[in-house]
Design a protein around this ligand. Structure first.
Ligand code: AMP
Length: 441
């Protein structure tokens, strides 16, 4: 019979690799806490309309990549509802911000999330159909300072700090401003006009974008199209004074904080909701899918989905890609992560009659903070020793005599010393470093 496999573009994450995932998540939570961000968890599926209205109908994500289905109506009189597995999380966070009236206390909301996202993309290294993002948003009413360029710079400084604390070396930050929605509309017209002449020489996607959404042409990755795109008008030249000043304030704050960046006037990113600052952190070790994270400002998003005016800025980083990057880095970083240390003890019951007592002993030891492997009374002693030697630095033997007398036999695999010790002293003994010879097991 054919076996059932994980669906294309999805994968299982197994130990010890999951150690690395957990470490990344823990570091992110620690850094977010220092910047006073709180965690938000939104549902992994939402009404399809949310993504169409926020991410944009014309984007690749909405037009090609969403997992959408008609959810059955609860009653005959009801219509079915179109639902979609979230392809990104900003739309969900802003929906929640509106739904729970989070702006009404007049303060900035600083929210982070960690969770899976879903896009039907062609799978390759670093690109999956279920992938994980760590992201954060700063959003609030304008009088709370949500439009301030300092918020943009603070988020970017936080990201630089986070990548450094994760041990990711050699990242690059690229930034741009796509201006206000009026600037973008103006630039769209300029671009549309410029594309009339050159689009016929470009890829089929660009020919379509040239008509429907010219800005998206700048996202094109087809190598032959690149020289043409480089010759197109730059968005920087279409910005009004306010947008220019805003961007200059962002870069001035980054300079002051010592965060290195490069200007990239082509960085418009694949989602329609961005305004003003957009950014991407890339890493050379990732190959074709080299974006570690991306983000930007979205001053009109809340209003686009029916909410109050609530400017904001946020980012999403690919957890899968952070893992790939760390795995590709020098041994030293990895070794610090995969500390494959043996357990403190392996408990070997000598017969099935001692299994229950062995569990009770393991329970006590684990409660005291020790890392313990529990064997099985059906194993012969030789087998228990073989397994214990692989998994733990000491073995504790629990036979009928030991259970009755409370005097346990312990062997230290690192020093080779075996001896007997009262049950009450076991925790103290196991907490001693196993490699140091002091006559005790
Ligand atoms: P986006 O939401 O498209 O701005 O993506 C933000 C980040 O999520 C990217 O920089 C990637 O690190 C990650 N990402 C996006 N799509 C995928 C995918 N299909 N597989 C893995 N990571 C992804």
């Amino acid at each position: 019979m054919a076996t059932v496999k994980a669906v294309r573009g999805t994968r299982d994450l197994l130990p010890p690799e999951t150690e690395l995932w957990n470490r990344i998540e823990a570091t992110a939570r620690k850094v977010f806490a220092r910047y006073n961000f709180g965690e938000i968890r939104t549902p992994i599926f939402e009404d399809t309309g949310l993504f169409a209205r926020s991410v944009g109908e014309e984007t690749d994500i909405v037009s090609k990549e969403m997992y959408t289905w008609e959810d059955r109506a609860r009653a005959q009189s009801e219509k079915a509802q179109s639902l979609t597995l979230r392809p990104e999380n900003t739309a969900g966070v802003v929906r929640a911000y509106i739904e729970h009236k989070l702006g009404e206390n007049g303060q900035l909301q600083k929210l982070y999330y960690i969770g899976p996202q879903f896009r039907r993309e062609r799978p390759q290294k670093g690109r999956y159909r279920q992938f994980w993002q760590i992201g954060a948003e700063v959003i609030g009413p304008p009088f709370a300072g949500s439009e301030s360029p300092l918020r943009d710079a603070e988020v970017l400084e936080m990201l630089a700090t986070l990548l450094d604390e994760l041990g990711i070396t050699g990242w690059t930050l690229e930034i741009n401003s796509v201006g206000s929605s009026a600037d973008r509309a103006r630039y769209n017209d300029v671009l549309r006009a410029a594309l009339v002449e050159v689009a016929p020489k470009m890829c089929a996607d660009c020919q379509r974008r040239a008509v429907t959404n010219p800005l998206r042409v700048l996202d094109c990755k087809v190598p032959e199209d690149q020289p043409i795109i480089d010759g197109l008008p730059k968005i920087t030249d279409s910005l009004d004074q306010e947008s220019k000043d805003h961007f200059a304030a962002v870069t001035a704050a980054l300079d002051a904080a010592g965060v290195p960046y490069a200007l990239n006037p082509r960085l418009v990113r694949g989602l329609d909701y961005y305004t003003r600052t957009t950014f991407e952190f890339t890493h050379g070790g990732l190959g074709a899918q080299n974006a570690l994270l991306g983000g930007g400002r979205y001053d009109g998003l809340s209003e686009a989905i029916g909410g109050p005016k609530a400017p904001g800025i946020g980012f999403a980083m690919g957890l899968d890609r952070l893992v790939l990057t760390l795995q590709g880095q020098e041994q030293t970083v990895l070794e610090a992560i995969y500390v494959n240390t043996p357990s403190d003890a392996y408990i070997a019951p000598l017969g099935e009659a001692q299994n229950a007592a062995a569990l009770a002993l393991a329970s006590r030891l684990r409660k005291s903070g020790l890392r313990v492997e529990l064997g099985d009374g059906t194993f012969r002693l030789k087998k228990s020793f073989e397994i214990a030697n692989k998994l733990a630095s000491r073995i504790v033997i629990l036979g009928e005599d030991e259970v009755k007398s409370g005097i346990l036999t312990v062997k230290n695999f690192l020093t080779g010393v075996q001896g007997k010790i009262p049950r009450e002293e076991l925790v103290t003994l196991l907490k001693k470093p196993a490699g140091e010879f002091d006559g005790q097991p």
